[in-house]
Design a protein around this ligand. Structure first.
Ligand code: NAD
Ligand code: IPM
Ligand code: MN
Length: 352
């Protein structure tokens, strides 16, 4: 029986890179005898402008029965970001309790890191971002609009259950890797939530005596990503800290166009969602030059999540081979290839 995938290409380059990922998936699935079936949904800013909503009122119910969701990116000029993102992306993460956002970072052979000395094989870590609470809360708003005293306030919400489960995920992941966790904190500032984060992470760490760990302030972690990116294994962070760290990490690894992500409900009760870390990139949308690797790597993570580890490894190997060749790198990596050329190279390598 085939596994069912909901595909939401979204806006801008989201559509271009999702099409590339689908092409690679078709090839790798044929090769490995995997049956996936796809339904594509046009939920996007274009739909918002046409129909007044990013997705239908029953959109989440439509997605619920799928085995996984593959998303491109959301956001377009002319639609405020808080409308597009709170109308589609964020509700999916929250409704389906996708409380882990796992974002691997690697410097690939052939890719120049802007960081001196960051070489392939030496930088290989994972940002584990808390994905449903923390600074991304719905509590707050603007007060006194237009008054001289006008203000905006927002509550951060950290729960014991929420911090415990993301810490557990990070420590368990570290057990499958180099057994080291860095917890990003800011308990030295006037941030009431972070001493609580530290307390809960410390408690959970005690359950993993075989994993080394340290707590480091987010500002210092940011500097160390640049100065010693090879020193990290698993980095666990709150929603906002993890968001910022993952773009920084992607840049250290050469381009945000490569970075993948999995929004996971590790309990399996809901579908998980796979999407590149980057956005809809209106500055290059429609030009056919977007780097499809972030979306393709995300699709590989989806294959792994669905139990197809060998196929996922095949896609990773194809990515490595494609990035190694100067002729099949996109402009964000200093190359000249367009999306179609990179996709064709990936397909050739996957097909063997
Ligand atoms: P962005 O990631 O879209 O673009 C940042 C820069 O990186 C741009 O210069 C862009 O050209 C470049 N870039 C991004 N992906 C690339 C790729 N695959 N290949 C080559 N270059 C690439 O971030 P932004 O400009 O802050 O946001 C643009 C829109 O996307 C906004 O509406 C934002 O809210 C939205 N956004 C959506 C998501 C999502 O859906 N998950 C994530 C981030 C931003
Ligand atoms: C990401 C994005 C989103 C986030 C935005 C678009 C809401 O930046 O997936 O990293 O902050 O989670
Ligand atoms: Mn982000």
């Amino acid at each position: 029986m085939s596994q069912r995938i909901a595909v939401i290409p979204g806006d801008g380059i989201g559509c271009e890179v999702t099409a590339a990922a689908r092409t690679v998936l078709d090839t790798v699935c044929r090769r490995h005898g995997i049956e996936l079936s796809y339904d594509e949904y046009d939920w996007s800013c274009e739909r918002y402008l046409r129909a007044g909503a990013m997705m239908p009122a029953d959109g989440l119910d439509v997605l619920r029965p799928y085995d996984a969701i593959l998303l491109g990116a959301v956001g377009a000029p002319g639609v405020p970001d808080h409308v597009s993102l709170w109308g589609l992306l964020i509700p999916i993460r929250r409704a389906f309790r996708q409380y882990v956002n796992v974002r691997p970072v690697r410097v690939f052979e052939g890719v120049d890191s802007p960081v001196r000395g960051a070489r392939a094989g030496e930088v290989d870590f994972v940002v584990v971002r808390e994905n449903v609470e923390g600074e991304y809360s719905e509590i707050g708003g603007r007060l006194g609009r237009g008054h001289p005293e006008e203000m905006a306030v927002q509550e951060s919400v950290f729960t014991r259950a929420g911090v415990s489960r993301i810490a557990d995920y990070a420590f368990e992941l570290a057990r499958t890797r180099r057994r080291h966790v860095t917890s990003a904190t800011k308990s030295n500032g006037i941030v009431h939530t972070m001493p609580f984060w530290d307390e809960v992470v410390t408690e959970r760490a005690a359950a993993f005596p075989d994993v080394r760990w340290r707590s480091e302030h987010i500002d210092a972690v940011a500097a160390k990503f640049v100065l010693q990116p090879g020193s990290f294994d698993v980095v666990v962070a709150s929603n906002l800290f993890g968001d910022i760290l993952s773009d920084l990490a992607a840049a250290v690894a050469g381009s945000i166009g490569i970075a993948p992500s999995g929004n996971l409900d590790p309990t399996g009760a809901h579908p998980s969602m796979f999407e590149p870390v980057h956005g809809s990139a209106p500055d290059i949308a429609g030009k056919g030059v977007a780097n499809p690797i972030g979306a393709v790597w995300s699709a590989a993570m989806m294959l792994e999540h669905l139990g197809h580890a060998a196929a996922a490894r095949g896609v990773l190997a194809a990515m490595e081979a494609t990035l190694r060749e100067p002729g099949t790198r996109t402009r964000d990596l200093g190359g000249t290839a367009d999306t179609a050329e990179v996709t064709a190279a990936l397909v050739d390598h996957v097909a063997g």
